[in-house]
Design a protein. Structure first.
Length: 168
C-alpha cells in the first residue's frame, strides 16, 4: 500500500498529545495516511483530505491479517481494510491470557489500546464466534461500564446445536 508512510514528527506529537508514546507508536508499527471509507472498509486515498492512522493486525506468529484505521478526532469510529481479516486487534494479549488463564482487558478503540501500551485487545468484529476465541479466558475487563454492558450484550448469545442422527 504505497500511500502508507512512516509517522512524521507532527504525527508523533499529535499522538503524544493524545496519550500515545512515541515508543508505543513505533512498536505497534503505526502508520499515517490519507484514507476514505467505503462499505465499512478503509482504503488509502490521496484525494480524501482526511489524515488518519493505521495499525497492522497481526497474528501471534506475526502474519498480517488485516489493518485497522482510525482518526484522532473521532476515535470511536474505526475501520478495517478487509472484512473478516481478524475479529480483534491484539493477538499476543489474547494468546497470553488464554494460555495463562488470566483476565483479558478489552479496549473500546484502537486509540485507547495504544494509550495503554497495547496491553489487551480491541474487538473489530462482534459477529465472530467469540466462544472459540475466549474459551480459556476467566473474565474480560473493560474501561467503562457502558462499553462493558454493550460488549456483554453483543457477546452473550444462545447457541443451538444441530440434531445428531445415527444409525439404529
Amino acid at each position: 500500500m504505497g500511500a502508507l508512510k512512516d509517522l512524521a514528527q507532527a504525527d508523533i506529537e499529535n499522538l503524544e498529545r493524545a496519550g500515545v508514546s512515541a515508543q508505543t507508536s513505533r512498536e505497534a508499527m503505526l502508520f499515517s495516511t490519507l484514507f476514505s471509507v467505503s462499505k465499512g472498509n478503509w482504503r488509502p486515498d490521496a484525494d480524501a483530505g482526511r489524515r488518519g492512522y493505521v495499525l497492522p493486525v497481526a497474528s501471534f506468529e506475526q502474519t498480517l491479517l488485516d489493518m485497522v484505521a482510525f482518526r484522532l478526532d473521532a476515535p470511536l469510529a474505526f475501520w478495517t481494510a478487509y472484512n473478516g481479516g481478524s475479529p480483534y486487534l491484539g493477538h499476543e494479549a489474547l494468546e497470553r491470557a488464554s494460555f495463562y488463564k488470566e483476565p483479558l482487558r478489552v479496549y473500546e478503540t484502537p486509540l485507547e489500546w495504544l494509550q495503554n501500551d497495547c496491553a489487551g485487545i480491541v474487538v473489530l468484529d462482534l459477529r465472530a464466534f467469540w466462544p472459540l476465541h475466549l474459551a480459556d479466558i476467566p473474565y474480560l475487563i473493560t474501561t467503562n461500564q457502558a462499553f462493558g454492558v454493550m460488549l456483554l450484550a453483543q457477546l452473550e448469545r444462545p447457541f443451538s446445536i444441530p440434531d445428531v442422527r445415527f444409525p439404529t
